[in-house]
Design a protein around this ligand. Structure first.
Ligand code: URA
Length: 436
């Protein structure tokens, strides 16, 4: 008979746990027979002693099967999922999913909501009037077969172990651990059922991983887990020192995603979308190399096919597809404020985390899970790292319905900018691709 106290002891002493012990912990914690205090003690022991590759895989598998798993077998073709470890201004899903789908890759995707300084795709999509982020399982599968893509919020019955453990990690200072992060992310991705997975591991001030070395450890770990589970998995390590693109905030980001699909997007988000969708097209078997995948991605983008795919996706999920042509249909902010440069020079830094927090202050993000958000609120950056700016020129604009919140957001955002006299190089967007 297994015993939780002995399992905690083993990990505290740095020993590896068996698959049975890990399963015992997960099932007992989900059914309530293992109390929070013992789970917290084990998490802290894991935090200090770590998990080896096999333990990380077993933890992922135990969490993956702790609730429902999605069966995508009725969808024809190689289904490819994409996941970002989270950032500021990251509207990539809304661009790469239509590009990959237009190239013939079936996309059956579950996305999350934003919390704290990071945003979530589900909130962004809800800025499209009448858009439904929740579909019945059959509707979801049928839509992918018919339209080529569907994106919904994560259903309540997927990976309950991860939900419960994440909530506990959040209040016990045990979030920041490679094995725990990798197993948390991969358990959800594996339960969601796609055949191949493209991971976008963010690195920089606005990401979980603040340096390249750590991002690489996390990326390798997740690629190993996916591979061990029999899924083709690759990870791109990408820049999150400054926000991605220029728009931060829900409706503002959807508009930027549409503009990118029209060929008018900011350079960084366009480049990232092409690289990631190129990987998805390659893993989905529609190209025989990443380079060929990139060529196909560029083709469907410039031909307008990806934009058409976005329109049919919005319509299929009940949304008003006219938003693609008429941005006045989006929730619009009553107020707007401008942050002006106080000196002339080159933008050397725009701290992503600070902009994420400032955007949350404008009303675009939520501090607690239950908080309501202002879908029209957010920040538009007129300057990015490397740009030249003159004193008095607009650095960023703030939108929202509550003036006090906007002022608060602008005050916070001012701290994010560093302007210097010497010319500044633009950051490299794609740092590394792992698992190709
Ligand atoms: N995102 C997750 O889903 N889990 C973590 O542990 C960290 C980030």
């Amino acid at each position: 008979m297994l015993n939780m106290s002995e399992i905690i002891y083993k990990k505290r002493e740095g020993m590896a746990l068996t698959a049975e012990e890990i399963k015992f912990f997960i099932s007992g914690y989900v059914d309530g027979s293992i109390p929070d205090y013992q789970a917290a003690a084990l998490l802290m022991a894991i935090f200090f002693k770590g998990l080896n590759r096999e333990e990380t895989f077993q933890l992922t598998e135990a969490m993956r099967y702790s609730g429902d798993t999605i069966d995508l077998s009725t969808i024809k073709g190689v289904k490819v999922d994409k996941h970002s470890t989270g950032g500021v201004g990251d509207k990539t899903t809304l661009i790469v999913a239509p590009i990959a789908a237009a190239a013939g890759i079936p996309i059956a995707k579950m996305s999350g909501r934003g919390l704290g300084f990071t945003g979530g795709t589900v909130d962004k999509m809800e800025s499209i009037p009448n858009f439904r982020t929740s579909l019945e399982p059959e509707e979801f599968l049928n839509q992918v077969n018919k339209v080529g893509m569907a994106v919904i919020g994560q259903t309540a019955h997927i990976t309950p172990a991860d939900k419960k453990i994440y909530a506990l990690r959040d209040v016990t200072q045990t979030v920041d651990n490679f094995g725990l992060i990798a197993s948390s992310i991969m358990s959800k991705k594996l339960a969601a059922g796609s055949d191949a997975i493209v991971l976008d591991v963010k690195v920089g001030d606005g990401a979980f991983m603040e340096n390249l070395e750590n991002a690489q450890i996390l990326a390798n770990l997740m690629v190993d887990i996916g591979t061990d589970a029999g899924r083709r998995t690759v990870a791109a390590i990408t820049e999150m020192g400054q926000p991605l693109g220029k728009a931060v905030g829900n409706a503002l980001e959807v508009i930027e995603a549409i503009e990118t699909l029209k060929g008018n997007g900011p350079e960084d988000i366009t480049e990232l979308a092409i690289q990631l969708s190129g990987l998805m097209i390659y893993l989905g078997g529609k190209a025989d190399s990443h380079e060929k995948g990139i060529e196909i991605a560029k083709d469907v983008l410039t031909s307008g096919k990806a934009l058409e795919k976005l329109k049919s996706f919005i319509k299929a999920q009940g949304g008003d597809e006219k938003v693609v042509e008429d941005y006045s249909i989006f929730p619009t902010a009553k107020h707007n404020l401008k942050l002006l440069a106080e000196e002339t020079g080159y933008v050397a830094q725009i701290q992503a985390k600070t902009i994420g927090l400032a955007s949350q202050h404008t009303g675009a993000g939520r501090a607690t899970k239950e908080a309501e958000i202002d879908l029209s609120a957010g920040i538009y950056l007129h300057k990015k790292v490397g740009d030249f700016v003159k004193e008095g020129e607009v650095l960023a604009e703030f939108f929202g319905n509550d003036m006090a919140k906007l002022e608060n957001g602008m005050k916070e955002a001012r701290k994010a900018f560093t302007i210097v006299k010497e010319e500044v190089e633009r950051p490299v967007l794609i740092k590394k691709i792992i698992g190709l």
